[in-house]
Write a protein that binds this ligand. Structure first.
Ligand SMILES: Nc1c(NC[C@H](O)[C@H](O)[C@H](O)CO)[nH]c(=O)[nH]c1=O
Ligand SMILES: CC(=O)[C@@H](O)COP(=O)(O)O
Length: 156
């Protein structure tokens, strides 16, 4: 099992985020999960010096729309990093595969095309329990992990 504690980080090693502006684009699919990821990310940004007024949050319908939402945010908002938050859970069909592939490749493409780091905070899980475990459950909160990544990348 590769999972570590997604919430753990050494605060002493994190740059102060007070001078950075962050975008957070959140998928509305599986809102119980994505909202917890968002709250974890917001909390970690604020705990490391980010100002609430420097966090811009947008909602999109599903994880597939995260790509366009992040693109639009890059093109219209001055942000130093974006956290793309989603949760894709395997259903009966192959749709899971295509949504995951689309959002993954789309975020890779954004990181290549633009000069704003887009952090991949998308849980792609076999079951809802796996998602619950990684959005504030026994494996921590991936939103925290991704907020720390966003601060480090904004500071690069
Ligand atoms: N099944 C899940 C989806 N499906 C919706 C897609 O993301 C997209 O909104 C739709 O195909 C229209 O373009 N989205 C998730 O985020 N999570 C899922 O489990
Ligand atoms: C990831 C999805 O789109 C999935 O939840 C949809 O469920 P299904 O594959 O049963 O249609």
């Amino acid at each position: 099992m590769a999972t570590t504690d997604l919430s753990y980080y050494d605060k002493a090693t994190i740059p102060n985020a007070k001078n950075f502006r962050f975008g957070i684009v959140v998928s509305e699919w599986n809102p119980e999960i994505t909202n917890n990821l968002y709250l974890g990310a917001q909390e970690a940004l604020l705990e490391n010096g980010a100002l609430q007024g420097n966090i811009v949050k947008w909602d999109v319908p599903g994880s597939f729309e995260l790509v366009y939402g992040c693109k639009k945010m890059i093109e219209t908002q001055k942000v130093d990093a974006i956290i793309a938050i989603g949760n894709v859970i395997q259903g009966e069909t192959k749709h899971f595969d295509f949504v995951c592939e689309g959002v993954t490749q789309g975020i890779v493409d954004l990181n290549v095309k633009y000069d704003v780091p887009v952090i991949f905070c998308v849980l792609t899980d076999n079951t809802k329990q796996q998602s619950l475990d990684r959005s504030g459950g026994k494996h921590g909160n991936k939103g925290i992990e991704c907020a720390i990544a966003a601060i480090k990348m904004a500071n690069l």
